[in-house]
Design a protein around this ligand. Structure first.
Ligand code: 6R9
Length: 661
C-alpha cells in the first residue's frame, strides 16, 4: 500500500472528502484490538502461534482435537489420506453434520436457545429455537424420504433467503442427500443448467421471494427451468407469498403439506466422512460454471473451527452474516458454521436498501446483533450514502465486524471500522473461496492487529505461499500467485462430474500445490494481501499492478465513489490501465486531476490511459464486478459472453456509448 503525504493539500476539505483523505493517509495503519476485546477473546497471540505451529508440525493431533469436539457415530482410523490431488479426511469415520448442528446442541442443553432469527423484507420476524429447528428438519427429512430421495441423490434448491432454505439444506444433510443451492437471483437457463449438470430429480423452490418491495416469481422460473431439465421429477414449493402458484399435478407438492404429512421422528443417518455434502456452482475463468463438491467430515470440522475462532464466538452472541445461502459464504457462515457452534443466527431476506439504505442498521438495532459479517461491495454502497443513517441507529451491540468476497480497499475498511464499529470493534478481513470451504486467511480478532486492506495470516492448518507461475517461492513484498501447499479438511474434493477439470484447474497449474487463482503478496510480518484474481492483475511495462490497488487509489479521491480497473493491450507497455469510475454524488470528475492523484498514490505507472465516467458498473447479483466485459469495452471490442448473470445488463451498452476521457 502506498503512503501519500502529498495529498495533505486537500485535507482541509469538509465532510466526506476529509474522511477520504484521512483514511488514505492512514493506509499503513496497524489497528490493534482494544485491551477490553483482547482480555475476553478466545485466542491470544500466544495461543495462535502455538496452535498454528502444532497444526503444521503435528496435524494429526491438531485436527483430531478439533474433530473430537464433534460427534462421530464411528471414530476415524486415519486423519488424512493424501493421494495428490485427492485428499480424504477422517478416514473411516462416520458422522452427520445436521446431527452435529442440531441434535448435539439440543443434547447439550441448547434446545431453548434461539437458533435462527429470521426477518423478512416486509418486517415479519420468525424465530426457531434449536429444538424447533431440529423438529422442522426431521419433518423435512421425512418429507424428502417420502419423495423417494436417497443418500447420494442430488437435490436442487432455488429459494429466497427464508428459514426453509436452511431447513432444506440440513434435511438433505441429515439423510445424506447432496444439496445444490442455486441463488434465487439466477435466471431460468442458469437454473436449468445446474439441475441438469447435477442430475437432480427433486427441486425445492418457493412461490415467490421479496426483493425491494416486489415479489420475485421463483415458481414461474422453476417451471420454465423444469421444462428445460427433463430429468426433474418432483418440486417442493415453499409458500412465501400467497400460495396461489400454479401447481403441476403429480409433480408439485407444497412444502407445508409435505411437512404436515411427515413424522417428526427421524434418526440422522450415519454417513461416511467423505460422503458428499453439497455441490455449489461457481464461475471459473473459463468454461461453464463448475460444480464444486464438498464432503461431510472435513467441511464440518473446517467450518466449525473457523466460525468459532475467527468470529470469537461466545454463547450470548447474536451473529449475522448477510450472505444469501446461494453463495458459499451463506453455506459456511450463515448456516453450517454458526449452527455447529450453537450460535444464534440472524437471517435477513431482502435488499440492503429497502425501504432505505439504513436497513442493515435497523436489523442490527432491532436484534441486537453482536457480530456482523458482510461484503465490501455492500459497505461501499452504504458508505456512499453518508454517515447519517448509521449514526441515527443504535449500533452499540456490535462487537466484531467481518468482510468477505473481494479485496476491501482501505477506504471502505476504515469507514466500516470507524462509522459502523465505532472504533471499538475489530474488523476481520477473511480471504477464502467456494473451493476452500472455509476461511483461509484472516486475523484472529483478539490475537492480531489488522492492517486495512490486507487479509492477514493463515488459519490453523493452512500453509500458504506466494509463487511464480513456474512454482518458485517468492519472498516478502514480491507479488505473485497465491497457493496453498498442503491439503486442508474443508477443501473441495472434485468438480462434480469432471475430475479432470479439478486436477487441471486447482492442482495442475503449479505442480503439487493448490492454485487459488488470486494474486497476492506477503509482508515482513507474514500478512498476506490478496490483490484480486490473477486475470485482474495488470502487467504494465513489466511491473505488476493490482487492479484493486489502482481502484483503491481512485476511490480515495473525493470525486469518485466506485471504480473498476482493467488492462488494455498496449504496443509499448504490454498493457495499460483503463479505469471506469462513478462520481461521488453530484461531483464532477476532472480526468487530469484524477490521473495526477493516481500518480501520487501509486506512481506514474498506474496512471489510467483512459477513464470512463459511468453511472453504474457491471456487477453480478452477488456484487462482483465483471471485469471481463469492461476489458472488452476498453479494447473497443464487441461485447461477448453471457451477460445474463449481471444485475443490470443495460449498463454495458451505456458505458460502451461513452467516450473515455
Ligand atoms: C468466499 C468467497 C472467491 C474469490 C477469491 C478472491 C475473492 C474473497 C476475499 C477476496 C480479497 C478477501 N475474495 N474474499 N479477495 N480479500 N477477503 O467470496 O468465495 O465467491 O468463491 O470468491 O473472491 O478473488 O478467489 P467465492
Amino acid at each position: 500500500m502506498t503512503q501519500s503525504p502529498s495529498s495533505t493539500g486537500t485535507q482541509t476539505q469538509p465532510g466526506p472528502a476529509s474522511d477520504h483523505i484521512d483514511a488514505l493517509l492512514h493506509e499503513n495503519r496497524v489497528i490493534a484490538p482494544s485491551d477490553a476485546f483482547r482480555e475476553r477473546a478466545r485466542y491470544s497471540t500466544q495461543d495462535y502461534d502455538r496452535l498454528y505451529r502444532q497444526s503444521l508440525d503435528d496435524p494429526d493431533t491438531f485436527w483430531s482435537g478439533v474433530a473430537g469436539e464433534l460427534h462421530w457415530f464411528t471414530p476415524w482410523t486415519q486423519v488424512l489420506d493424501w493421494q495428490p490431488p485427492h485428499a480424504q479426511w477422517f478416514v473411516g469415520g462416520q458422522t452427520n453434520i445436521a446431527f452435529n448442528a442440531l441434535d448435539r446442541n439440543v443434547a447439550r442443553g441448547l434446545g431453548d436457545k434461539r437458533a435462527v432469527v429470521w426477518e423478512g423484507e416486509d418486517g415479519e420476524v420468525r424465530t426457531f429455537t434449536y429444538a424447533e429447528l431440529l423438529r422442522e428438519v426431521k419433518r423435512a427429512a421425512n418429507a424428502l424420504l417420502a419423495l423417494g430421495v436417497q443418500a447420494g441423490d442430488r437435490v436442487t434448491l432455488y429459494l429466497p433467503l427464508v428459514p426453509e432454505a436452511a431447513i432444506a439444506m440440513l434435511a438433505c444433510a441429515r439423510i445424506g442427500a447432496v444439496h445444490s443451492v442455486v441463488f434465487g437471483g439466477f435466471s431460468v437457463s442458469a437454473l436449468a443448467d445446474r439441475i441438469t449438470d447435477a442430475q437432480s430429480r427433486v427441486l425445492i423452490t418457493a412461490d415467490a421471494g421479496q426483493r425491494r418491495g416486489a415479489l420475485v416469481n421463483l415458481k414461474a422460473n422453476a417451471d420454465a427451468a423444469a421444462a428445460l431439465a427433463p430429468g426433474l421429477e418432483k418440486m417442493l414449493v415453499v409458500c412465501r407469498a400467497d400460495c396461489d402458484a400454479p401447481m403441476q399435478e403429480g409433480r408439485d407438492v407444497f412444502w407445508h403439506d409435505a411437512l404436515n404429512a411427515a413424522s417428526d421422528d427421524h434418526e440422522a443417518q450415519a454417513l461416511d466422512s467423505e460422503h458428499p455434502l453439497f455441490i455449489l456452482y461457481t464461475s471459473g475463468s473459463t468454461g461453464k460454471p463448475k460444480g464444486v463438491q464438498h464432503t461431510t467430515g472435513g467441511y464440518m470440522v473446517g467450518t466449525y473451527l473457523t466460525t468459532q475462532a475467527v468470529f470469537d464466538l461466545r454463547d450470548d452472541d447474536v451473529y449475522w452474516c448477510t450472505a444469501d445461502v446461494g453463495w458459499i459464504t451463506g453455506h459456511s457462515y450463515s448456516v453450517y458454521g454458526p449452527l455447529l457452534n450453537g450460535a444464534t443466527v440472524v437471517m435477513y431476506e431482502g435488499a440492503p436498501n429497502h425501504p432505505d439504505w439504513g436497513r442493515f442498521w435497523d436489523v442490527v438495532q432491532k436484534h441486537r446483533v453482536t457480530i456482523l459479517y458482510t461484503a465490501p461491495t455492500a459497505i461501499r454502497a452504504i458508505m456512499r450514502q453518508g454517515d447519517e443513517l448509521p449514526a441515527s441507529r443504535d449500533l452499540s451491540s456490535l462487537r466484531l465486524l467481518g468482510s468477505v468476497g473481494e479485496p476491501i480497499n482501505p477506504e471502505a475498511w476504515m469507514w466500516y471500522y470507524r462509522v459502523i464499529g465505532g472504533e471499538r470493534c475489530p474488523v476481520v478481513d477473511t480471504w477464502w473461496q467456494t473451493e476452500t470451504g472455509s476461511i483461509m486467511l484472516t486475523t484472529l480478532p483478539g490475537a492480531h492487529a489488522s492492517k486495512p486492506g490486507s487479509a492477514g495470516l493463515p488459519m490453523f492448518g493452512i500453509e500458504p505461499a506466494i509463487m511464480t507461475h513456474t512454482g518458485e517461492e517468492l519472498g516478502p513484498d514480491d507479488g505473485g500467485l497465491l497457493v496453498i501447499k498442503r491439503p486442508w479438511p474443508s477443501m473441495l474434493r472434485t468438480v462434480y462430474g469432471d475430475d479432470e477439470r479439478y486436477r487441471k484447474t486447482y492442482w495442475g497449474e503449479i505442480e503439487g500445490v493448490y492454485f487459488a487463482g488470486d494474486g497476492a503478496r506477503r509482508d515482513r510480518d507474514g500478512y498476506i494481501t490478496v490483490t484480486g484474481r490473477v486475470d485482474d492483475v495488470l502487467n504494465v511495462s513489466g511491473h505488476r499492478l493490482g487492479t484493486m490497488e489502482i481502484e483503491s487509489a481512485l476511490v480515495s479521491h473525493p470525486s469518485v465513489s466506485e471504480a473498476a480497473v482493467v488492462g488494455r493491450p498496449d504496443d509499448v507497455k504490454g498493457e495499460c490501465v483503463v479505469a471506469f469510475v462513478l462520481p461521488q454524488g453530484d461531483r464532477t470528475i476532472d480526468p487530469a486531476e484524477l490521473r495526477a492523484h493516481v500518480s501520487r498514490e501509486i506512481g506514474a505507472l498506474a496512471r489510467p490511459d483512459a477513464i470512463y465516467v459511468a453511472d453504474a458498473l457491471p456487477k453480478t447479483r452477488s456484487g462482483k464486478i465483471m471485469r471481463r466485459f469492461l476489458r472488452q469495452i476498453a479494447a473497443g471490442k464487441e461485447i461477448q459472453g453471457d451477460t445474463s448473470t449481471l444485475e443490470d445488463p443495460g449498463v454495458l451498452d451505456r458505458i460502451a456509448a461513452t467516450d473515455p476521457v
